[in-house]
Design a protein around this ligand. Structure first.
Ligand code: DON
Length: 565
């Protein structure tokens, strides 16, 4: 096993500092006898592991991790955004919580269009008007209220300490702060504290003192510490400063919703995933239903034939996504039809293993796409076998870039996940229509795909990742990597990924160690190949046949870190 070790200095609080080794590219991830946590940042993982070691359950750990990520991973960890949590209790009970942001009451179908009906560039992605009503705080508190065993005050304190006393940033984080310098200045002014003249560097210490204050409000007042009182006032004032739409009434009215997960079978496994307003669950289950009709294992991992098949499945599923999926509270999403094996058999029946189908022949549209990894996912299995799979986001890097003055956190730009105009692509190149049009208080469609797999009535895998439109295909591949290709969890995460999404008509392929012969064959079949540096940052857990838990974290694509005991 090749472990290239790097070390980073971690400051958990002013009086305590620890050295952590981060393995690079292991073939088998860390193993745990009882519990495992995998998150986007070593500090957040450690906060969660401590909770579990002190007798907390997966939901206690989820709350502690969620707030810790809001501090140590501010580009995506958040209290100003939203997300989805999927859980499976050790007795097999499953459920999910939707804490997706909502359109403000003052929002509406044409809010990003000019007088001629054209989409105004950047309005749904940057600045105050791009922000949806945040759901993260209501969501994580609801999840904890229902299933947690430890007091909120105890669980949120590590995040408060990290924010107040500071922590050292990684090289990736220094780069991200520096990259966004111009945006930070444009939106928050040249004196914004994340703008540093000499630039940020690996090992710099950063403190979020105002955020510590906001987290303290939440600690002491629960939901009202965010959606009412001083923090709500600060959000509303910030909106007024920049022409944003979120009001006190919007904040008061926000409520996360319990939803029944979607499920389907894959080669003797039960796959459980997030229902609408995420498109991710339905899309992954459709893809798996399609893949099950082929002998993927025999076709081989990342061979030209397998990539061709995945692409053909994906273009059909993303076309369905664009047409049928939206917030089920506002649009009648045909969930049963999309998950009906007979429908999918028919849907995929036009696939030929020899010939490419042009995306234009499936459905028309002209789109461009940018992939990014500004969301974050974490997976937790506790010593009792309860599992939480949670994906949360600000949408873009640091959301709409608006930092709520006095309150110390970034707001999301999730409004861009709506379809601003039918057929006009959002930043991920995703198109939509009526199903995902903007309506006051509606939730925007998502690709986030927190997923859990069980086999023979027992927990087998907890899976998820950021990556915009590529989330769905990364989760799809990770599941097949384990089930069809027999990979360890870490190998399944390390493995090179491909992605296709109906439009544009092309296959994205990660550069890392990809077989040039396979690419040539695909090009010969007429596929357009585009190379990408990295797609997704997965945090997964596998229950191995020997009963041990294996963490699979994207060490080589990000700062992701799994730890168990
Ligand atoms: O909900 C969604 O589908 C997007 N807002 C997720 C964005 C994302 O994953 C960005 N970074 N990877």
């Amino acid at each position: 096993m090749k472990y290239l070790k790097t070390t980073i200095l971690i400051v958990l609080c002013a009086c305590q500092s620890t050295q952590v080794s981060i393995p690079k590219e292991p073939e088998i991830g860390p193993l745990g006898e009882q519990a495992m946590i995998s998150t986007a940042h070593p500090l957040a993982t450690q906060v969660g592991v401590e909770v579990l070691k002190n007798g907390g359950n997966a939901f206690d750990a989820a709350l502690a991790v969620k707030f810790a990520l809001a501090v140590v991973f501010p580009r995506a960890g958040n209290i100003g955004g939203g997300g989805f949590a999927l859980y499976r209790m050790n007795d097999g009970t499953i459920g999910s919580l939707d804490f997706r942001e909502k359109a403000p009451k003052a929002g509406g179908r044409d809010m990003y269009l000019d007088d001629e009906g054209n989409v105004i560039d950047g309005l749904s992605t940057k600045g105050h008007k791009a922000a949806g009503v945040p759901g993260s705080v209501d969501g994580i508190l609801k999840l904890h209220d229902k299933f947690g065993s430890k007091a909120l005050a105890e669980l949120i304190q590590p995040a408060i300490n990290l924010a107040y006393y500071g922590f050292t940033i990684t090289e990736n984080q220094a780069m991200e702060f520096n990259e966004k310098r111009e945006d930070f200045i444009e939106i928050n002014g040249a004196d914004f504290f994340l703008v540093k003249d000499e630039g940020w560097k690996n090992g710099d210490t950063i403190k979020f003192v105002e955020l510590a204050g906001t987290l303290t409000q939440i600690r002491d007042r629960g939901r009202d510490g965010f959606y009412a009182g001083i923090v709500a006032d600060q959000i509303v004032k910030e909106m007024q400063r920049g022409g944003g739409l979120i009001t006190e009434e919007d904040l008061n009215a926000y409520s996360a919703r319990w939803r029944d997960p979607v499920t389907s079978n894959y080669r003797g496994h039960k796959v459980i995933s997030m229902p609408p307003p995420s498109s991710g669950g339905i899309a992954v289950l459709q893809l798996l239903q399609g893949a099950e009709q082929y002998n993927i294992s025999e076709m081989g991992h990342n061979t030209a034939q397998t990539i061709h098949l995945l692409t053909e499945l994906e273009r059909r599923v993303y076309a369905d996504r664009a047409t049928y999926l939206g917030d089920p509270d506002y649009y009648d999403v045909p969930v049963d039809m999309l998950l009906d094996p007979t429908y999918n058999k028919e849907r995929f029946s036009s696939i030929s293993l020899k010939k490419k189908t042009d995306s234009q022949d499936i459905k028309e549209g002209e789109v461009d796409v940018i992939e990014s990894v500004e969301t974050t996912h974490f997976s937790i299995v506790d010593p009792d076998g309860n599992a939480v799979s949670l994906t949360t986001t600000l949408n873009s890097f640091f959301g709409c870039k608006v930092y709520v003055r006095g309150a110390g956190f970034f707001l999301n730009n999730e409004m861009d996940d709506f379809s601003s105009k039918p057929g006009v692509a959002n930043q991920f190149g995703l198109v939509g229509g009526e199903a995902n049009a903007i309506v006051p208080e509606k939730r925007m469609l998502s690709s986030m795909t927190p997923t859990i797999v069980e086999k023979d009535g027992k927990l087998k895998m907890v899976v998820g990742t950021p990556g915009g439109a590529t989330i769905i295909t990364s989760v799809f591949q990770a599941i097949m990597n384990v089930i069809d290709h027999g990979m360890s969890m870490q190998d399944a995460v390390n493995a090179t990924r491909t992605h296709s999404q109906w439009l544009p008509d092309r296959i994205l392929v990660e550069e890392r160690a990809f077989d040039p012969a396979a690419i040539k064959k695909l090009e010969k079949m007429g596929h357009l190949i585009e190379r990408r540096e990295a797609m997704g940052r997965m945090d997964c857990i596998l229950v191995r046949e020997d009963g041990k838990l294996e963490g699979g974290a994207d060490y080589s694509r990000g700062d992701n870190y799994a730890e168990g005991f």
